[in-house]
Design a protein around this ligand. Structure first.
Ligand code: SF4
Ligand code: SF4
Length: 711
């Protein structure tokens, strides 16, 4: 075709892209390095990448947009080869990568797939045009740039189809007479083009072009060819400067995701050298976030699914996870030059972090990039509104994490600036002085068990099971009833169990999520010592609180505590299955089951509680629309239980109660003492005191001989 033009186009397109990609790479490298492995366990990473980046398993959670995105992505994969072929044809008009010629079997198959996906991509873009221009979905960023990308894709597909159409007509008109004579191809009148299965879209375009004159045909062919060949390169060069950068970064972002359990928060030591360098505890500056956080920001597609599911956003708080990401990303881009300069100063002087910042400040030229992120870029209210429910992370199609970043910034606020909501002061004081956030005397920890003949571990060291009670069931009146019900069921089943009693303290879950890492680590060390002292690593721990469950199972291994931890709903379901708990009475109720975030989204325990509930005669389970991994948070996680909710349009527990009541249920079943408290309060606020909130253990006990049933 035009070798010189094509060569210039390719050199320019790829050259400019290489410069942009190099800039973005260098900017990513201003982030801190991590000790946490991001490349180990290649098998699991490849499997996750195939599942989530290529198959895009999370996309169809929003069915229309999800499937539209899927087909556009698959179309891109198929049409990537087509672009290579077209670039080759710029140098040799018959270039088909040697095996993809239309007269070859592979060429026919590829040609069919290409046309098939070109049509699907056109349909996919129409869905997004509808969402962006007609429906104007508020969760999406309705920018001109995103619309321009859609236009590019749309035009690229049509140009390809019409380029093919013109070529088919040309082929028909200039069929080789020798082939016609041999019967290998048909002679056709110039104006008639037959439909070929392997060129479905091209054939239709050819039929439309069949009557065109030679000049018009050549124009369409050249226009189609150059439009496709050039638009791919224009598209490529827009990517690094737009939300569509995810086209390139999504695959590495999914590949380098944190493979440790979602319930394990990173330790301060996970950022390489943070403590040794005497950096702030927690994240103050943008370049204290790691390179992986920057890759997360590059990858955000601005789809808004995270905020759409976030209980803080949906109840009108200042926190929107999508905007949290975008604000940090914008700040990073705005300070690109300074951050890169700071990085080279650090490399040159060996001084890093605070030391580097101090040295620059002494020279009176502290750059903007060292600005304190809290207040400077992110409002503290944004940070404190997070319930750490993980709804955003489970929804994000490209595995962007939030809880770790928010907690890292809370750590800085609490540990360096000593700033946190007033009400947390009381919880921290209680934790420090008596080992529970309520401030009750430690010696009252086992008061709930009085008269139940529940032994301490010190009295029954041979117990098979340790019941880890937790602060809520130990001290809070409503949750104490759950502890009692659970202990009674364990006794009925003949389980040899014990509690730690006064030797138990808070696991530190709330302190850690509130940013008080020091306090958390103190509890972790103390509890692990006690547990290991009793040889609990060879026994089973059962928890009635999903927060304790999560911390013991997922976070204590970092502190030398490796235990088999089971949630009481799973444990009870198993006892029922084994026939050790006999359910003889009917509980004729329609209940709505509320999933706890720390049980479900964090630990994927959805079936245990349901299985236990299903075994109760007469009980009917109503699932709210927002259920399982889409179940809305009750509003208590992430230390929210011990502070006032941030100002907003609604309270989280009120919205959740509305969702649960929409099922028409007469009662709510829970598997978490925090949820029970929040839902009970929400029902009371909504003047629905007649609706009971019951733990799974309480419902099971009602159905046993010892219980009252409910007819
Ligand atoms: S963890 Fe929950 S509350 Fe926090 S940003 Fe994500 S969705 Fe919102
Ligand atoms: S963080 Fe994920 S879910 Fe949220 S807008 Fe970005 S890509 Fe979408």
């Amino acid at each position: 075709m035009q070798p010189i033009v094509m060569a210039i186009l390719l050199l320019l397109g790829w050259g400019v892209f290489a410069v942009s990609a190099y800039k973005r790479w260098n900017l990513m490298m201003v982030g801190a390095s991590e000790k946490r492995g991001r490349f180990g366990d290649a098998g699991a990473r490849i499997a996750a990448t195939l599942r989530y980046a290529f198959w895009q398993e999370r996309m169809p959670r929003y069915p229309w947009a999800g499937w539209a995105h899927r087909v556009i992505f698959f179309g891109f994969l198929v049409l990537l080869l087509r672009s290579l072929i077209l670039w080759g044809r710029g140098f040799d008009a018959d270039f088909n990568m040697w095996i993809f010629g239309i007269d070859q079997p592979l060429g026919k198959i590829y040609s069919f797939l290409k046309d098939f996906f070109a049509v699907l991509v056109i349909l996919g873009t129409l869905v997004f045009f509808y969402y962006r221009l007609v429906k104007r979905l508020s969760r999406m960023t309705l920018s001109g740039e995103a619309t321009l990308i859609l236009v590019i894709i749309f035009v690229m597909m049509w140009s390809d189809v019409f380029y093919d159409g013109a070529e088919i007509v040309e082929r028909a008109r200039h069929a080789d007479p020798a082939l016609i004579a041999s019967g290998e191809t048909e002679e056709r009148p110039a104006s008639v083009v037959a439909f070929a299965w392997y060129e479905p879209a091209g054939s239709v375009a050819a039929m439309m072009l069949a009557g065109a004159g030679e000049g018009a045909l050549i124009t369409v062919k050249h226009l189609g060819f150059w439009t496709h060949a050039a638009l791919v390169l224009i598209f490529l060069n827009i990517l690094p400067y737009s939300k569509h950068f995810h086209v390139i970064t999504a695959i590495p972002n999914v590949y380098t995701q944190d493979l440790s359990p979602p319930g394990r928060l990173p330790n301060l030591e996970d950022i390489d050298g943070m403590l040794e360098r005497g950096e702030t505890l927690g994240v103050k500056r943008i370049n204290q976030f790691s390179w992986k956080a920057i890759l997360d920001w590059y990858t955000c597609t601005e789809c808004g699914r995270c905020s759409d599911q976030c209980p803080a956003t949906t109840t009108g708080k200042k926190l929107s996870p999508k905007h949290f990401t975008l604000d940090l990303r914008d700040f990073l881009y705005e300070n690109e030059t300074e951050l890169k300069a700071a990085k080279s100063r650090m490399n040159g002087s060996g001084q890093a972090g605070e030391g580097e910042e101090g040295a620059v400040e002494e020279e009176g030229e502290a750059p903007e990039c060292y600005k304190d992120l809290v207040d400077g870029v992110i409002d503290p209210e944004v940070l404190w509104a997070c319930t750490t429910c993980r709804a955003c992370e489970v929804e994000c199609p490209v595995f962007i994490s939030y809880v770790d970043k928010i907690v890292d910034m809370r750590r800085y606020l609490v540990q360096e600036r000593g700033e946190f909501p007033n009400e947390l002061q009381g919880a921290f004081r209680g934790l420090e002085s008596v080992g529970n956030p309520f401030g009750f005397p430690a010696e009252e920890r086992a008061a709930w068990a009085e008269g139940l003949d529940v032994p301490r571990m010190s009295e029954n060291p041979d117990a098979d099971v340790l019941y880890w009670v937790g602060c809520m069931p130990s001290f809070e009146d409503r949750a104490r009833k759950v502890a009692v019900a659970f202990a009674k069921l364990m006794k009925q089943a003949g389980v040899n169990f014990a509690i730690l009693g006064e030797e138990e303290t808070c696991t530190g879950d709330a302190a850690r999520r509130a940013g008080n890492e020091y306090l958390f680590q103190m509890f972790a060390a103390q509890n692990v010592e006690v547990l290991n002292g009793y040889g609990i690593d060879k026994k089973t721990i059962v928890c009635t609180c999903p927060h304790c469950f999560n911390t013991l199972a997922n976070e204590y291994p970092d502190f030398g505590g490796n235990y088999k931890v089971v949630h009481h709903t799973d444990f009870l379901a198993d006892l029922v299955r084994q026939g050790k708990i006999k359910l003889s009475k009917r509980v004729d109720k329609k209940i709505a089951f509320h999933d706890s975030c720390y049980l479900g989204r964090y630990n994927e325990i959805y079936n245990g509680p349901r299985s236990a509930l299903k075994s109760i005669p007469g009980l009917r389970i109503a699932e709210p629309v927002e259920t399982r991994d889409r179940g809305m948070c009750c509003g208590a996680g992430g230390a929210q239980m011990f502070k006032e909710e941030e100002e907003g349009g609604a309270r989280v527990n009120h919205m959740r109660v509305d969702q649960l009541m929409a099922t028409g249920a007469e009662a709510v079943a829970n598997a978490c003492p925090f949820c029970t408290r929040m839902i009970t309060d929400g029902l009371a606020d909504k003047e629905k005191e007649n609706v009971e909130t019951l733990d799974v253990a309480e419902l099971l006990l009602m159905a046993t001989e010892e219980g009252d049933g409910a007819e």
